[in-house]
Design a protein around this ligand. Structure first.
Ligand code: AQP
Length: 332
C-alpha cells in the first residue's frame, strides 16, 4: 500500500513556493494514495516563536491547506504536537542518527548561518524529527520541494540504520516525490535564493493571502535582466531570475518550460509579467477567498485538526508499540 506523508511549518503565510513545490502536488496525490498531511508546529519552535502567533499560524496554515483542496475527510490533516508519537520516535532516532550525518545538512548551515553556537539543538536535530514524522506512519512516499531532498535521504539512512542495528524490517525506505515544473521556486528579488516565509522582504514572495493588486505589483517589481525571453530553456541557464519567472509560469499553466519559451520567444518581460500576474491571480484568488471564509470559523478549523489528530494517533500507536518492543523498552 502506498502511504503519503508530508508537512508544512506554521511559521507565517504560505507562499507560491510552498504551493507549487508541495501543496498542489499533495492535492493531486489524494486521488490515488492514502494521504496524511501535517502542520508541523514542533518543527516551527526550532526557532523562537511567539506563542499566540504560533497558534494563529497553525490555524491559518490549516485553513490554507483546506482551501487549496486538501480533503480532511478521506485523508488526514492535523497538527503535529497533538500526536506525541512524533516526539517519542524522534528521541529514538536521535540515538540512531550519527552526528556526522547531521553535520552535512545544508539547511541547518543556511538557517544557523554565522550564529551556529546560538542555534537551538532542535534546529540541528530537525531532520531526525522529520524522519520520525514520516516513519511513525511507515509512509512510503513524501511529496516535497527540491530543498527537502537531503532530509529525505537522511530519513532513508535512519530507517536503514534502525533496521540493521536491531536486525528487523520495521521501517520502509521512503521515496521522495519531487514533481512539477516548480520544484524550487526562487525569491522574486534574488533568483539564487529560495522563496521563503522568513525572507525579510515581503516583495520576495507571493503569499496565498495577497490580494490581486499586490500580486500584480510584486510581479511587476520582480527582478529580471534586460534581455527578452529566449526561445529555449538552455538560454535561461545563466539567467536565474528569468528562469524563475518562466518556471513559475510553466507550473501555473501546467506546461513545460520549453513550451513557455516557444510561446514567448523574443517577448519583453513587461508583457510576460502581465500574463504571469493574470495566471497567478486566477489560480490563487479562489484559494484566498476560501481561506478567508475558513479563517472566520476557527472552531471549525480546530475541529478538523482535532479529528485528524485522533485518526493519526490510531495509525501511529501500533508502530510506536512495535518500536518499543524492538528497542527493548519494558512496557507494562
Ligand atoms: N521556494 C520553494 N520552492 C518549492 N518548494 C518549496 N517549499 C518551501 N519553499 C519552497 C516546500 O514547501 C513545503 C513546506 O515547507 P515548510 O514551510 O515547512 O518549510 P521551508 O522549506 O523551510 O519553507 P520556508 O518558506 O523556507 O519557511 P521558513 O522561511 O520558515 O524556513 C516543503 O515540502 C518544501 O519543500
Amino acid at each position: 500500500m502506498n502511504r503519503v506523508f508530508s508537512g508544512v511549518q506554521p511559521t507565517g503565510n504560505l507562499h507560491l513556493g510552498n504551493y507549487l513545490g508541495a501543496i498542489r502536488n499533495w492535492v493531486t496525490l489524494q486521488a490515488d494514495h492514502e494521504c496524511i498531511y501535517c502542520v508541523v508546529d514542533l518543527h516551527a519552535i526550532t526557532v523562537a516563536q511567539d506563542p499566540a502567533e504560533l497558534r494563529a499560524s497553525t490555524r491559518e496554515v490549516a485553513a490554507s491547506l483546506l482551501a487549496a483542496g486538501i480533503d480532511a475527510k478521506t485523508g488526514i490533516l492535523f497538527n503535529q504536537s497533538q500526536v506525541s508519537a512524533h516526539a517519542e520516535l524522534a528521541w529514538i532516532f536521535n540515538c540512531v542518527a550519527r552526528l556526522g550525518w547531521l553535520n552535512r545538512m545544508t539547511q541547518f548551515k543556511e538557517k544557523a548561518g554565522k550564529h551556529r553556537e546560538n542555534a537551538s539543538v532542535g534546529l540541528y536535530a530537525y531532520p531526525n524529527l522529520m524522519a520520525a514524522d514520516i516513519l511513525t506512519y511507515k509512509a512510503t512516499h513524501v511529496p516535497v520541494g527540491e530543498d527537502q531532498k537531503q532530509h529525505l535521504e537522511l530519513c532513508r539512512d535512519i530507517a536503514q540504520a534502525f533496521n540493521s542495528q536491531y536486525g528487523v524490517d520495521c521501517f520502509p525506505l521512503t521515496e521522495p516525490l519531487i514533481f512539477g515544473e516548480a520544484t524550487r521556486v526562487m525569491s522574486l528579488r534574488d533568483g539564487t535564493a529560495k522563496m521563503s516565509k522568513s525572507d525579510p522582504s515581503d516583495y520576495a514572495r507571493i503569499n496565498l493571502t495577497d490580494p490581486p493588486d499586490l500580486i500584480v505589483k510584486k510581479i511587476r517589481r520582480a527582478r529580471t535582466d534586460p534581455d527578452p525571453l529566449p526561445s529555449t530553456p538552455d538560454e535561461l541557464e545563466s539567467r536565474p531570475e528569468a528562469a524563475n519567472l518562466v518556471g513559475i509560469f510553466a507550473a501555473l499553466c501546467s506546461e513545460s518550460v520549453e513550451a513557455v519559451c516557444r510561446r514567448f520567444d523574443g517577448a519583453q518581460f513587461s508583457t510576460f509579467k502581465e500574463k504571469l500576474a493574470e495566471l497567478a491571480i486566477a489560480e490563487l484568488t479562489p484559494i484566498t477567498a476560501e481561506m478567508q471564509r475558513l479563517m472566520d470559523d476557527p472552531a471549525y478549523v480546530e475541529s478538523v485538526l482535532h479529528d485528524g489528530a485522533e485518526r493519526a494517533r490510531n495509525l501511529s500507536e501500533p508502530v510506536i508499540r512495535e518500536v518499543q518492543e524492538v528497542v527493548g523498552f519494558l512496557i507494562a
